[in-house]
Design a protein around this ligand. Structure first.
Ligand code: ATP
Ligand code: MG
Ligand code: MG
Ligand code: MG
Length: 477
C-alpha cells in the first residue's frame, strides 16, 4: 500500500465517522513557542487550551511534522525520521477513550479490502498508563485484546501534558510486532525495534494546575469536557504495509536513497556506515525539500538553521560516500520532488524555486569546504614539518570557528592524511568559547556565519525545539 493511500484511508475512515478533514498546516508553526510543527495536534492547540472555540467537535488530519530532536537517530534506528507525517483524529469535548480505542482497533484490523489496514490481531500490543484501569478495560473487555499484550508504563512514557497548566492525561500507545527476526520477546517494554510503535492515543482527562517537569505536576481535577488527540506515524505504517525493514525503504524515501546510491556509485546493503549515510541523505532531502516548500530559507537562525543543517548534512554524507566536489543536489532534489509530489502537488509547481534555493546552498557549502580545505592543507604541512602525527586542537578549533569546518570533516580529512586530531583540545576550546558566549550574551552572534551546523547549530536548534517539544506536543516519550 502506497504512502498516499495510507493517508487517504485514515482520513476517509474518520471522515465516515463524523470527523472534519482538516488539511495539513505548514511546517512553519504559527505557535510562537515552537520552531516547527512537531505533532499533529499543534494546529489544534488553541482549541485544547480553550483559547478558541473549535468549529467542529471532531477533526482528522495528515500533518507534516519535523522533529529535530530525532535527527541523531536518523539512519541508525529503523524508525526515526526528521520529517514525517502524523495522521490523527481529534475530539474536542466529544467522544473519549471508550470510542477512541475501538476506532483505532477497527481501522488497524479491518481487512484491506474493506478500507482498513488489515493487521492480524495477534500482532498488536498496547501500553496504558500505570493507573489507567479504564483504558485497560476498554482494550481488554471491549476490544478483546488479551491482558498479556497490554503493558503498563509510568509517567515518563505514558502521560502527556503541554508543560503548562492546562489539559493533560494518560496515553495509550499501539505497537506492531514485527516478529522474532527483529528482536526479543516481551512486548514494547522489552524491545521497541521489534515492537514498532505506530500510534499514540492521548486522553486529555485532567486539568493540571501546576507543571514543574514532565513527571512532576499537580492535578486540579477532571476536565468537564475531555479531549482526544492521536498521532499515527505514516512512514512506520508504510514500512509495515510495504514489508520493508525500516522507514527509509518505503516508497517515498527509497527512490531518493536509491538515486543517492547510484550517483555515488555505492550499493545499499553492503556496508553499515555507507547505509547510514544513504538513509541520512534520503531523510534529509525529504526534510529539506519540504521545508523549502513551506517557505523556509537556509540561514544561521531558527528554522533556517534546521534547513541548512539538513542540506549540509546531506552534502556531507554524499562526500562520505565519495562524491568529492561533484554536485548531486539538483538530481536528488528532482527525485525528492517527484517522490513527494503525489501527496504534495504544490512541490511540483514550486520546483524551480526549490531547486534554486538548494542549488545555492550546495554551491556555498562546497565553497566553504574549498576554502577550509586550503587552510587545512597548510595545517597538515605544519604538523608534518614539526614531525608530529597529530593536528592540534587549536587548529581544528580555528578551522571550525573561522572557516566553519565541522569537526567530523576535519577528523575524516586528517585520517586520509594518516594524522590524528587532538579532539580533546578542540572540545576544550569549544567549551571555553561556549562559556564565554554564555557569560556575554551580546557576543552570542559571532561572525562565524557558516557551517558550524554540525555542532553548534545542532545545540542551538535542538534547544529551541526542545522547549517546543516537552511543552506543546503530544509526544509521549
Ligand atoms: P518513539 O518512542 O518511537 O520515539 P514517540 O513516542 O516519540 O515515538 P509520539 O510522540 O507518540 O512518538 O508520536 C506519535 C507517532 O508518531 C508515533 O507513534 C510514531 O508512529 C510516529 N513517530 C514519532 N516520532 C517519529 C519519527 N522520528 N519518525 C517517524 N515517525 C515517528
Ligand atoms: Mg509515543
Ligand atoms: Mg514512544
Ligand atoms: Mg520519540
Amino acid at each position: 500500500m502506497e504512502s498516499a493511500e495510507i493517508a487517504r484511508r485514515f482520513l476517509r475512515f474518520f471522515e465516515e465517522r463524523g470527523h472534519t478533514v482538516v488539511p495539513s498546516a505548514s511546517l512553519v508553526a504559527e505557535d510562537p513557542t515552537l520552531l516547527l510543527v512537531n505533532a499533529g495536534m499543534v494546529p489544534f492547540k488553541p482549541y485544547f487550551l480553550a483559547q478558541q472555540t473549535p468549529p467542529f467537535r471532531r477533526a482528522t488530519s495528515a500533518q507534516k511534522v519535523m522533529r529535530t530532536l530525532d535527527i541523531d537517530e536518523v539512519g541508525k534506528t529503523t524508525r526515526h525520521a526528521s520529517f514525517f507525517q502524523m495522521l490523527g483524529n481529534f475530539s474536542f469535548g466529544d467522544y473519549f477513550k471508550e470510542q477512541a480505542i475501538p476506532f483505532a482497533w477497527e481501522l488497524l484490523t479491518r481487512p484491506e479490502s474493506e478500507g482498513g489496514f488489515g493487521f492480524p490481531e495477534d500482532r498488536l500490543w498496547a501500553t496504558v498508563y500505570l493507573d489507567d484501569d479504564e483504558a485497560q478495560d476498554i482494550w481488554h473487555r471491549k476490544v478483546g485484546l488479551p491482558l498479556d499484550r497490554i503493558q503498563r508504563r509510568d509517567l515518563a512514557d505514558n502521560y502527556w501534558h503541554m508543560g503548562v497548566p492546562g489539559p493533560g492525561g494518560p496515553c495509550s500507545e499501539i505497537y506492531y510486532d514485527r516478529g522474532p527476526e527483529y528482536g526479543r520477546e516481551g512486548g514494547p517494554i522489552a524491545d521497541e525495534n521489534r515492537f514498532l510503535e505506530v500510534w499514540n492515543l492521548v486522553f486529555m482527562q485532567f486539568q493540571l494546575s501546576q507543571v514543574r517537569t514532565k513527571i512532576d505536576f499537580d492535578v486540579a481535577g477532571e476536565l468537564p469536557a475531555k479531549n482526544i488527540d492521536t498521532g499515527m506515524g505514516l512512514e512506520r505504517m508504510a514500512a509495515i504495509l510495504q514489508g520493508v525493514d525500516n522507514i527509509y525503504e518505503i516508497d517515498t524515501t527509497y527512490k531518493i536513497l536509491d538515486t543517492a546510491a547510484e550517483l555515488t556509485r555505492s550499493r545499499y546493503g553492503r556496508d553499515k556506515r555507507a547505509d547510514v549515510s544513504l538513509r541520512v541523505i534520503a531523510d534529509h532531502m525529504r526534510a529539506g525539500v519540504m521545508l523549502v516548500g513551506d517557505g523556509v530559507l537556509p540561514s544561521n537562525e531558527g528554522r533556517g538553521y534546521v534547513l541548512r543543517r539538513m542540506l549540509r548534512r546531506a552534502i556531507r554524507n554524499l562526500r562520505l560516500l565519495g562524491a568529492g566536489e561533484e554536485r548531486h543536489m539538483h538530481a536528488l532534489t528532482a527525485v525528492t520532488i517527484d517522490a513527494m509530489g503525489q501527496q504534495y502537488p504544490e512541490l511540483k509547481a514550486d520546483a524551480a524555486n526549490i531547486h534554486t534555493v538548494i542549488d545555492a546552498e550546495e554551491a556555498s557549502f562546497l565553497g566553504t569546504l574549498r576554502t577550509g580545505t586550503a587552510i587545512f592543507d597548510v595545517a597538515v604541512e605544519e604538523t608534518r614539518r614539526k614531525g608530529g602525527g597529530t593536528l592540534g586542537g587549536e587548529q581544528a578549533f580555528q578551522l571550525h570557528d573561522t572557516y566553519g569546518f565541522p569537526i567530523d570533516l576535519t577528523l575524516e580529512m586528517a585520517a586520509e592524511q594518516g594524522l590524528q586530531v587532538d579532539e580533546e583540545g578542540f572540545r576544550r576550546l569549544m567549551k571555553e568559547q561556549r562559556d564565554r558566549a554564555k557569560a556575554d550574551a551580546a557576543a552570542k552572534k559571532t561572525g562565524n556565519a557558516d557551517i558550524s551546523v554540525f555542532t553548534t547549530i545542532l545545540e542551538k536548534a535542538g534547544k529551541v525545539d526542545f522547549l517546543g517539544y516537552d511543552h506543546t506536543t503530544s509526544e509521549a516519550n
